[in-house]
Design a protein around this ligand. Structure first.
Ligand SMILES: [Zn+2]
Length: 112
């Protein structure tokens, strides 16, 4: 009796729309694309395996809420009272470190 082993999909779901309808095709160079939303790339390559690895690397870093990439945050142009308060406290605690002040202000904007 043979036992079937579940196979992982060759291409991970689309990081933009979540579709699993993803293909890698040779169109004068291999390229991955999402049949649902039309996203392609990230780049043409002569090697199918490289194209799949590139897509899956991109897919492993999905966009956040409202298309905000990892490591970025949506903050108001004008700081809120909470952001200014958090920034003021951070300046006091971190001896005028701009990085610490900014981190505290962004955290306040995110409601953390
Ligand atoms: Zn898609």
């Amino acid at each position: 009796m043979t036992q079937s082993i579940p196979q992982l999909p060759e291409l991970l779901p689309c990081p933009f729309c979540g579709s699993a309808d993803i293909y890698a095709m040779d169109m004068g160079g291999w390229e991955s694309f999402c049949k649902t939303c039309g996203t392609n790339g990230p780049a043409l390559n002569t090697e199918k395996d490289k194209v799949i690895a590139d897509w899956n690397t991109r897919a492993a870093q999905p966009m956040g809420v409202a298309g905000i990439p990892p490591g970025m945050a949506l903050v108001p142009i004008e700081p809120t009272t909470e952001m200014l308060t958090a920034g003021s406290h951070a300046v006091d605690l971190h001896s005028h470190s701009p990085r610490g002040t900014w981190a505290a202000m962004v955290a306040a904007a995110k409601g953390e």
